[in-house]
Design a protein around this ligand. Structure first.
Ligand SMILES: [Zn+2]
Length: 269
């Protein structure tokens, strides 16, 4: 198993690597702005396979299974802008403050990540500069532009969660994740609970906090945007039909909620 360059302090992304930021519908007219922190599971060529077998690199520890297709379908259906990050969360987790240990995990669930062990401060900083910073810099830029254009903006961070974590089965089909916003999460919860077939998590399987999250606290709450995270259970969106079904369901629900949020286009003087 190759570990070439895992501790390399030189540039991380080379000519064969794609940029970390993926965008869809950049001119989308919806107030919804979707982010997808765990969209992809690519590894920069210089990191080899992080010392892991292929099976591990396909598991939930590497990315949010199924969410990329759901996010893209929702972006298209709602004419909403999507910004996503293509590299594995094992390279650097784009929904963690870079200062916390789980930013570049040495252990994920029960899997040791050899390529993340004994990482130098410089190598960690390089991952931040070349993956984390461009992604979050782009989200900041998008929000700045939307505020300048006086466009209503609702930040929705899309994620998926593993049905079984550390041997414990999770009953929820979907969860809303939030902390400070009191506008969107209760309406979203109400709408999801009205779906007769769903077990809905209220800040389950996780709650948002400043220590364990980045996108919602930094881009949503700190900027005063209406915001929420949405987590869908991965077995429900593991194939194309499940992804389409969930994208359609959430598109319908978000379309129904939008008029209830009291958004208005600010008057231009
Ligand atoms: Zn996620």
């Amino acid at each position: 198993m190759a570990l070439d360059g895992a501790g390399n302090t030189s540039r991380l992304l080379g000519q064969e690597d794609v940029p970390p930021v993926f965008e869809l519908n950049t001119a989308g007219r919806s107030p919804f702005l979707f982010t997808c922190d765990h969209y992809g599971r690519l590894l920069p060529k210089a990191l080899g396979d992080l010392g892991l077998p292929e099976e591990e690199l396909k598991r939930h520890i590497a990315w949010d299974i199924g969410i990329a297709e759901v996010a893209e379908a929702m972006s298209r259906a709602l004419d909403a802008q999507l910004v996503a990050q293509r590299y594995s969360r094992l390279v650097i987790d784009c929904n963690r403050p870079p200062s916390v240990a789980s930013s570049i995990p040495r252990l994920s669930e029960a899997t040791m990540i050899p390529g993340n062990e004994a990482l130098s401060r410089e190598a960690a900083e390089t991952r931040r500069q070349e993956v984390f910073d461009p992604y979050h810099g782009r989200i900041t830029e998008i929000i700045d532009q939307r505020l300048r254009d006086r466009r209503p903006t609702i930040l929705v961070a899309l994620h998926s969660f593993t049905p079984i974590y550390a041997g414990v089965a999770r009953p929820w089909h979907i969860g809303t994740l939030y902390h400070r916003d009191t506008i969107l999460p209760p309406r979203l919860l109400h709408a999801l609970r009205a779906e007769a077939d769903l077990v809905v998590g209220n800040n389950e399987p996780y709650a948002v906090s400043d220590e364990t999250d980045y996108t919602i606290p930094v881009h949503g709450e700190a900027r005063g945007l209406i915001s929420t995270g949405i987590e869908i259970r991965q077995d429900l969106i593991a194939d194309h039909s499940g992804q389409q079904e969930w994208a359609e369901r959430l598109t319908r629900i978000l379309s129904e909620i939008e008029p209830l949020l009291g958004l208005h286009l600010p008057r231009m003087h």
